[in-house]
Design a protein around this ligand. Structure first.
Ligand code: APR
Length: 241
């Protein structure tokens, strides 16, 4: 089946790749629906990755994100990230990368113009609408940092459960999904929308869909091929041309 997929990739006029947490698993970054590691094992992402959880206990949520930032800073992009960046450099006119991941590993591997649907773990923003006093100079260190004048908190610049995805990124992703003729879906369980809906949209617009995941997913039902392989093994082999 991999040979057929290689031929599809060679022939594709517009190739879109959509990645999820499994893309970073071989870099040592736990996927979302793996058990939360260590200190956080007693929480679920849904209990931490929401605005309500942050407002209820800013320090606990802030500390969780700091621990994730430190974990991601300590790992490296894997061969799958590198293969995607190298392929893009050879085929930039017919390639788009959409990611649900906030770990920044695609960008660190050299991918450019990555459509980051769920934001960036490495960035912060104001929790409430910034007032005139809320500037970079007014940020007071803390867990979390806050505005030294009005007390507005800083929060991770990621999309929390229940929040809207950034409209520019979502629009670009929907456009790419609707106009591609091949979509590789790598390392996602396909249970979170609207990201998972991009796969259905590609399928409905007559694109071929290829799942790259060691496990079955919710989206296999619309796939033309399911490659039961890890991303860091499969992508270098598929994208070598
Ligand atoms: N290669 C490819 N896929 C892998 C690998 C690997 N080495 N290891 C695990 N996987 C697969 C798992 O089988 C699973 O299907 O990666 C998928 C990870 O699924 P989730 O943990 O649900 O992560 P994801 O699909 O990215 O979650 C989507 O949900 O929690 C929210 O915002 C968060 O972006 C996240 C979104």
């Amino acid at each position: 089946m991999s040979d057929a997929v290689r031929q599809w990739i060679a022939a594709a006029k517009h190739l879109v790749v959509l990645t999820g947490a499994g893309m970073s698993a071989e870099s040592g970054v736990p996927t979302f629906r793996d058990a939360l590691a260590g200190l956080w094992a007693k929480f679920s992402p849904e209990e931490l990755a929401t605005e309500q959880a942050f407002r209820a206990d800013p320090q606990r949520v802030w500390d969780w994100y700091v621990s994730r930032r430190e974990a991601v800073a300590a790992v490296q992009p894997n061969a799958g990230h590198a293969a995607l960046a190298a392929f893009q450099s050879r085929h930039s006119g017919r390639f788009a990368l959409i990611t649900q991941n906030v770990d920044g590993l695609h960008q660190r591997a050299g991918s450019v113009h990555t459509i980051a649907l769920h934001g960036a773990l490495s960035e912060d923003r104001w929790l409430d609408s910034a007032r005139a006093c809320c500037t970079a100079d007014s940020i007071e260190p803390g867990r979390p940092p806050r505005c030294s004048v009005c007390g507005n908190l800083r929060r991770p610049s990621v999309v929390w459960f229940g929040e809207q995805l950034p409209a520019p990124e979502l629009g670009a992703a929907e456009d790419a999904a609707q106009h591609c003729d091949l979509m590789l879906v790598v390392g996602t369980s396909g249970v979170v929308y609207p990201a998972a809906g991009l796969v259905l949209s590609a399928h409905q617009h007559n694109a071929r869909v290829v799942m790259i995941n060691p496990e079955p997913t919710e989206l296999d039902r619309v796939a033309d091929a399911c490659l039961r392989q890890p991303a860091a093994v499969c992508l270098p082999s598929l994208l070598r041309a």
